[in-house]
Design a protein around this ligand. Sequence first.
Ligand code: ADP
Ligand code: MG
Length: 248
Amino acid sequence: MSYKIESKNLNLWYGDKQALKNINMGIPEKKITALIGPSGCGKSTFIRCLNRMNDLVDKAMVEGEVLYEGTNIYSKDIDVVEIRKKIGMVFQKPNPFPMSIYDNIAYGPRIHGLKNVDKIVERSLKDAALWEEVQDRLDKPALGLSGGQQQRLCIARTLAMRPDVILFDEPCSALDPISTAKIESLMDQLKEMYTQVIVTHNMQQAARVSDVTAFFLLGELIEVGETKNIFEKPKEKGTEDYITGRFG
Ligand code: ADP
Ligand code: MG
């Protein structure tokens, strides 16, 4: 299996509290990897290490490596902006900019001086399965969209930067079931083109959407494997207890 991203002996501390303990994990290319585990086990912390988003949101000390296509993104000479362009992130709460639908998508491409912004906007909205719903009101405020539409807009905004990895941190937990189903089917469509990682506390969601599942507990990676195996014949007792609902 070829890995797009790989963490090597990754440790992370918030002050003196260690939130990630020696995580060694590969993120397979053009698959969907789900991160599951009880609240506070380090899922968000880990996914944010995959594009150094934790530089922006956490005061944390990191040791170890995160290799993206073989390059350690934590080494000193790395252009973090470039990394975040290639490895985009979608958050729990949709966070469109307070501007028009069009400008939300065009924002990144304009900053990076990309050409054919109209085309990028259209293609990104189509790829995020939102075009049909918004093509007649591109100049309207993004904040007027429903929550589910806003989340697809945020995905479109990520796609506009032509990433090759998309990280989702609980992308559906603020959404209704219909919007959730739309995001899940969108992820399935995006599989051909992108490597995806999703944090979810919803085990049914992990089972539905992912190819590979990783179970975290108290900052440790307990078990990772094909989703079917993790849910049907986990090797570790901790995994089994969690997926059968014995704690969580
Ligand atoms: P999860 O996403 O699995 O719920 P997190 O990665 O958010 O877990 O948190 C892992 C642990 O690190 C928790 O104990 C949490 O309280 C702590 N933590 C998370 N973010 C920060 C932060 N910015 N500063 C200090 N502690 C944090
Ligand atoms: Mg979290």
